[in-house]
Design a protein around this ligand. Structure first.
Ligand code: NDP
Length: 451
């Protein structure tokens, strides 16, 4: 095909929309990447000839299955489970499992697509996948969670393997769920292999995995500020979410001398003008992972803190923002408020938390803005290191892993610079991440021919 015959971006997107009806999140994620890739490949015939973007935007496979389990009252419950294996050109499929009532095939396809670029950016040999279920863990007893996880793994085990596909946690899937799923895998297969990451330290888990996504997002922010001759020290920070990513991002901000003003959950946000200290953060971690209570309880416990029901924290004046809850939680209007209030840096801990309008606001304002596929890659990077440790039957020390995490985040930052530097000296991190993530996967796909 001659270069002049290539479809343009809008024709390409029309095809994606036609083939994926009602899958809004997936279409949004593909558009965000395609805008940059189309520009980059315009004069690079090989990527057109091999239809690379068209192929990456079509998952290798989507496995969908029924998950039956019995609740504590003896009722039979039926959920849907999925594993989306997007692309394994540079390594086994890798990406988390999400248990949340909002989970759909569209959401998992968007996450698996993003994961393909993210994993490539880490420099480690990992392909992209994602999975989960529309199961709602909230309000369930430990036994119910265990029965659900066992039933989920009873199907999933056929599709995973240490050299095939290695899932991890995500929203609603933490250490407890990974433990139950690993136990069931081991029972069914009679094999002790690293088919999940985020495992407990007693059975093949890695130090620093729990902290890695949140810490990594802050290291990325630090790299962006450093590039501009600035730092986190003394800066006010607004964070959304109060789960694994948000609480560890907050912890690293505190360690680097910043002040954390907010955290949130699905019911609203808390604002503590005095700052959320490490002691308060430890209380929140316990609230969320042990008591499993709402973040609103923080405002009852700590004087001067307020709870804002049904709202997100983006109207609170800050220097830095870290969206760490879920997709599309920061709109164009909210991004404009952040910029107006003087925010100079945004690092995404969550996947696709900023919608397309919000991304445009940040880009137009020229602030330092990092998309999740770059800034939250620390989690999967340490998962990759967990895989290496499992293969070698060894455990690395905390210091070694912390150093590797910092190096990997710096490496991702530098890859973004390579492709995202603008003539005015600024950096388009979205473009940098998209292109750097794409090139490695694309070149591997070309090497394989048409498969
Ligand atoms: P957790 O389940 O630990 O925490 C999720 C947090 O987000 C909770 O505070 C939850 O509130 C809140 N939340 C979830 N859904 C919504 C919603 N629809 N509206 C508002 N708040 C919501 O998940 P993680 O911290 O692991 O994940 C957070 C984000 O980070 C996700 O986008 C995930 O894909 C991404 N990510 C996670 C990685 C990891 O290593 N864990 C790796 C890379 C990315 P509530 O407590 O009320 O449910």
């Amino acid at each position: 095909m001659a270069v002049s015959d290539h479809v343009d971006l809008e024709q390409f997107m029309a095809g994606v929309e036609k083939r994926n009806p009602h899958q809004d999140e997936f279409i949004q994620a593909v558009r965000e990447v395609a805008e940059d890739i189309f520009e980059y490949i315009e004069d690079k015939e090989k990527y057109h000839k091999y239809q690379i973007l068209r192929r990456i935007a079509e998952p290798d496979r989507v496995v969908s299955f029924r998950v039956c389990w019995e609740d504590d009252n003896g009722n039979i419950r039926v959920q849907r489970g999925w594993r989306v294996q997007n692309n394994n050109s540079i390594g086994p499929y890798k990406g988390g499992l999400r248990f949340h009532p909002s989970v759909t095939e569209s959401i998992l396809k968007f996450l698996a697509f993003e994961q393909t670029f993210k994993n490539s950016l880490t420099g480690l040999p990992m392909g992209g996948g994602k999975g989960g279920s529309n199961f709602n863990p909230k309000g369930k007893s430990d036994n119910e969670i265990m029965r659900f996880c066992q039933s989920f793994m009873t199907e999933l085990y056929r599709h995973v393997g240490e050299d095939t596909d290695v899932p991890a946690g995500d929203i609603g899937v933490g250490a407890r769920e990974i433990g139950y799923m690993f136990g069931q895998y081991k029972r069914i297969t009679n094999k002790f292999t690293g088919i999940l990451t985020g495992k407990g330290l007693e059975f093949g888990g890695s130090l620093v995995r729990t902290e890695a996504t949140g810490y990594g997002a802050v290291y990325f922010l630090q790299n962006m500020l450093d590039y501009k001759g600035d730092s986190i020290d003394g800066k006010t920070t607004v964070i959304s979410g109060s789960g694994n990513v948000a609480t560890h991002a907050a912890e690293k901000i505190l360690q680097l001398g910043g002040k954390v003003l907010t955290l949130s959950d699905s019911k609203g946000y808390i604002h503590d003008p005095a700052g959320i200290t490490q002691e308060k953060l430890d209380w929140i971690k316990n609230l969320k992972t042990v008591q499993r209570g709402p973040i609103s309880e923080y405002a009852d416990k700590y004087d001067g803190a307020t709870f804002h029901a049904g709202e997100r924290p983006w109207s609170v004046k800050c220097d830095l923002a870290l969206p760490c809850a879920t997709q599309n939680e920061l709109t164009g209007a909210e991004a404009a408020v952040l910029v107006k209030n003087g925010c100079i840096g945004v690092s995404e801990g969550a996947n696709m938390p900023t919608d397309l309008a919000g991304i445009k606001v940040f880009k137009d304002a020229g602030i330092s803005y990092a998309p999740g596929k770059a800034s939250n890659a620390g989690g999967v990077a340490v998962s990759g290191l967990e895989m290496s440790q499992n293969s070698g039957r060894i455990s690395w020390s905390e210091d070694q892993l912390q150093e590797q995490l910092r190096d990997i985040m710096k490496g991702i930052h530098d890859s973004c610079l390579e492709y995202g530097k603008k003539p005015d000296g600024g950096v388009d991190y979205v473009k940098g991440a998209n292109i750097a993530g794409f090139v490695k996967v694309a070149d591997a796909m070309i090497a394989f021919g048409v498969v």
